[in-house]
Design a protein around this ligand. Structure first.
Ligand code: FAD
Ligand code: MLT
Ligand code: ZN
Length: 523
């Protein structure tokens, strides 16, 4: 890893570069399944919400599930196994009361479970890696948890067309590593890759760190197999890039958060893995400089630009304080820079790519838009440069309660939302910090406020005020995390009544009894 100075000296081209590497699986290290310490109050206690008219799980239902899923460990119960890890979300902010977790291994088993649940009016909460950040992946009341973790087979990888077909329970990191061995890349990357599943990624339409380069999952998905609430299997698992045979049904399940069907198999178009990769971490004095850098990166780096992320000094501070991750770019007096930018490039010709990066950085340093910088081309050093950005989410949890917002805003307003929030909360004794980071390239701000424990007074200062600001800017109240339980009732800030009504009609058509992930996503 090199520090950049006004006279930059860049590394010699390194043709043999690996994928960025991995971050620790924060889900398992921080919140192992079954860990019962520090549980949040039950969702039904904290939120005013009434249970739907679903049946309550009986011994007869349980016996039936045991017959359907005879292999050991496929039916877990609260009494015998302790289900906190399935009832509590990653952020530890919501907690359901499910008494049973079902772990099917095949599409046929998923279909049989849903057919039975539909016939007996039993509510179901589909669950992937349980890394979702909007309370969508855990039950609100006593919904049956349908865990997809056993459906984790890689079905095929076509190295010529770059097509991946796999089951929905495959963990993203495993797939990324598998594809890398074949010279391919998963077009999605995010900090939760060690735990999240492709089915969960598709169901939330996760954005992540590479959306700028590869676009949203709506473009990368080629096909899907999913099971509707009544057990009907919809097989649209095409591997073709072009298929205009009527409505594009697979797109219905992208971002549907387990409310329209349970995803069992998926196919994706995977780009080639770049032969050369480089990452620069740069320090800027103002957000205006960050935006100027972005404009220049789009022009100067063009087709090799693969990520453009930022985090502020407060984000760097929380990662240093709780995870010991110190910035390689502290100022001479030991303080953080106001802003940090991570620029990642990936191309096919290391020499050509590095020349481009070099020219870009020289230009930026000469204009004074960048105060300091460091650059890496070796995988382990690239990974180290990403560490703070990827682990801010984990670090924030150590403060206690996280009020988490994930909004789309016009780029010129992006950081203004953080400053306005700081002003609004100024002087409130319960607030530990307000941090801003996110995907500049996607106009996606992650605004996080922390306090030692949940305080309604802080929540009341933030909402609906923040939603109103976002709506006034014609932004989105959920850029990439989805709606889940937490944002269901504020969708009106970003969608018209007519659009919401069409969502409701689709839900009623595909799940007339409303058994799939009730209380979530559809207002
Ligand atoms: P879960 O959390 O288990 O479920 C999410 C939703 O999908 C739920 O509504 C659930 O019911 C549904 N679901 C899951 N599997 C299925 C299935 N097979 N069929 C039908 N429905 C299903 N998100 C981003 O967009 N970008 C990021 O950069 C990003 N970074 C993150 C970093 C960290 C550290 C963490 C903890 C989370 C991050 N997330 C991010 C949020 C999260 O959306 C993603 O982690 C991921 O897409 C969720 O996948 P999962 O398998 O954990 O799904
Ligand atoms: C990220 O970009 O790091 C994630 O979306 C997680 C978060 O917003 O906390
Ligand atoms: Zn994000």
């Amino acid at each position: 890893m090199r520090r950049l100075s006004r006279a930059i000296h860049l590394p010699a081209a390194s043709a043999k570069l690996l994928a960025r590497g991995t971050t620790p699986t924060t889900t398992t290290t921080l919140f192992a399944r079954g860990n019962s310490s520090g549980l949040p109050p039950q969702t039904a206690e904290r939120y005013a919400i009434a249970r739907g008219k679903f049946q309550v799980l009986s011994q007869q239902h349980l016996d039936h599930f045991r017959r359907l899923l005879p292999s050991s460990g496929s039916v877990l119960t609260a009494e015998e196994d302790g289900l906190d890890g399935y009832n509590v979300d990653w952020l530890k902010t919501v907690r359901g009361q499910s008494r049973v977790v079902l772990k099917p291994s095949t599409t046929e088993e998923v279909s049989a479970i849903l057919r039975y649940c539909s016939e007996h009016s039993l509510a179901v909460c589909p669950q992937g890696g349980n890394t979702g950040l909007v309370g969508g992946s855990v039950p609100v009341f006593d919904e049956i948890v349908l865990s997809m973790s056993r459906m984790d087979k890689i079905i095929s990888v076509d190295e010529i067309s770059g097509t991946l077909v796999c089951e929905a329970g495959c963990i993203l990191e495993r797939i990324s590593d598998h594809l890398a061995e074949k010279g391919l890349r998963m077009p999605l990357d995010l900090g939760a890759k060690g735990s999240c599943q492709l089915g969960g990624n598709i169901s939330t339409n996760a954005g992540g760190l590479r959306l700028l380069r590869y676009g949203s999952l709506h473009g990368s998905i080629l096909g899907a197999e999913f099971v509707m609430a009544d057990g009907t299997v919809i097989d649209v698992l095409s591997e073709m890039r072009k298929d205009n045979t009527g409505y594009d049904l697979k797109q219905l399940i992208v971002g549907s958060e387990g409310t329209l069907g349970v995803v069992t198999k998926l196919s994706f178009a995977c780009p080639p893995k770049p032969a050369s990769e480089a990452v620069a971490l740069l320090a800027c004095d103002s957000f205006e400089d960050v935006l100027c850098l972005f404009r220049e990166a789009r022009q100067g780096l063009a087709e090799i630009l693969s990520a453009f992320e930022f985090y502020d000094a407060a984000s760097a501070g929380v990662a240093r304080e709780h995870l010991g991750l110190s910035s390689p770019l502290l100022r001479d007096d030991g303080t953080e820079s106001p802003f940090y930018v991570l620029v990642e490039t990936g191309g096919s010709n290391a020499r050509h790519d590095e020349e481009k990066v070099h020219a870009f950085l020289e230009r930026m340093l000469s204009t004074g838009r960048v105060q300091n910088g460091t650059m890496a081309t070796e995988p382990s050093k690239i990974k180290a440069l990403w560490a703070t950005r990827e682990r801010i989410t984990e670090a924030l949890l150590h403060d206690g309660y996280v009020y988490k917002y994930d909004v789309s805003l016009p780029l010129r307003d992006l950081y203004g939302a953080v400053e306005a929030t700081r002003e609004r909360l100024a002087g409130h004794p319960g607030v530990t910090r307000v941090v801003g980071f996110g995907h500049v390239g996607d106009g996606n701000l992650h605004l996080n406020i922390t306090s030692p424990q949940y305080e309604e007074a802080i929540a009341d200062l933030l909402e609906p005020w923040l939603w109103e600001q976002v709506a006034a800017a014609r932004g989105s109240i959920s850029a990439e995390h989805g709606v889940g339980f937490k944002k269901r009732d504020v969708l009106g800030y970003s969608k018209s009544p007519e659009a919401l009504s069409l969502m409701r009609q689709l839900k009623d058509t595909m799940d007339p009894k409303g058994i799939l992930n009730p209380y979530k996503t559809v207002p």
